[in-house]
Design a protein around this ligand. Structure first.
Ligand SMILES: Nc1ncnc2c1ncn2[C@@H]1O[C@H](COP(=O)(O)OP(=O)(O)OP(=O)(O)O)[C@@H](O)[C@H]1O
Ligand SMILES: [Mg+2]
Length: 253
């Protein structure tokens, strides 16, 4: 497969929660090695879309193929789900580290349980990725002893231990104090530069403009605008995106 091979292909995705229609026919693709930012107002369906990509939610209509695994059907067999979860990493706003486990234990758990690595192999992996996010010295710390930015860098490193082919980020910097946002974005920028396929739900427009190749703007469960990140964010075509961006700017200044 080369770089232009789509790794997530979605067509007319529908998702409902009871009578609430959240995704109303979303179509697009994410190519291998691409960084795509998903933006839009609160409640427009960004997290739901991302959660469909690693099957934390099932879709109610349309088709969805992630890394060759067909997630269009109501049921997906266990082997495929396991395969999907090891290929697709996800990083959440609230870090989701296990509070009772050290950084090292947080990081070695899934490689041992899911990938069958030995304690030694998984510890070596953890050391490698902790080094990468600049937190090697925190291996024996507990989450409560870390700053928000450090916790999120550990969460990213933990995902990387599974050797994922796609990384999903759901507002990874939204819970952080402003001065800690940069250290997390820097780690993400490095990952992007190394060619990781990334889908990033974010309100960080500068990051979206500079690091993402493409932007998808969701509005009320549909794709209202999408295209090359720089173009979409500097010269929005739709009124909705214009309003959304000017509101964000108004909040920033
Ligand atoms: N498990 C659920 N059950 C019922 N409704 C849900 C569920 N998850 C999400 N929703 C609803 O679906 C809509 C879209 O939610 P989603 O979390 O995808 O929005 P979002 O774009 O990520 O918003 P935010 O920017 O606030 O995170 C919202 O109206 C939300 O209340
Ligand atoms: Mg959300």
């Amino acid at each position: 497969m080369n770089n232009s091979t789509p790794t997530i292909i979605f067509e007319n995705i529908q998702k409902n929660f009871g009578s609430l229609k959240v995704l109303k026919g979303i179509t697009g693709e994410i190519k291998r090695g691409e960084v795509v930012a998903v933006i839009g107002s609160s409640g427009c369906g960004k997290s739901t879309l991302l959660r469909c990509f690693n099957r934390l939610e099932s879709i109610d209509g349309g088709s969805l193929i992630v890394n060759g695994i067909n997630l269009s059907r109501p049921t997906v067999d266990y082997t495929q789900l396991r395969q999907l979860r090891s290929q697709v990493g996800m990083v959440f706003q609230q870090f989701n580290l296990f509070p009772h486990l050290s950084v090292l234990e947080n990081m070695t758990l899934a490689p041992r349980k899911v990938l069958g690595k030995t304690p030694k192999e998984s510890a070596q992996l953890a050391a490698l990725y902790l080094e990468k996010v600049g937190l090697y010295e925190k291996a024996y710390a507990y989450p409560e002893q870390l700053s928000g930015g450090q916790k999120q860098r550990v969460a990213i490193a933990r995902s990387l231990c599974m050797n994922p082919q796609i990384m999903l980020f759901d507002e990874p910097t939204s819970a952080l104090d402003p001065e800690l946002v940069g250290e997390v974005l820097q780690v993400m920028q490095q990952l992007a530069a190394e060619g990781m396929t990334m889908v990033v739900v974010t309100h960080e427009m500068q990051f979206a403009r500079e690091v993402a190749q493409r932007v998808i703007f969701l509005d009320k469960g549909v794709v209202a605008e999408q295209g090359v990140a720089y173009d979409v964010l500097t010269n929005p075509q739709s009124d909705r995106l214009n309003i959304f961006l000017s509101r964000l700017n108004a909040r920033a200044f």
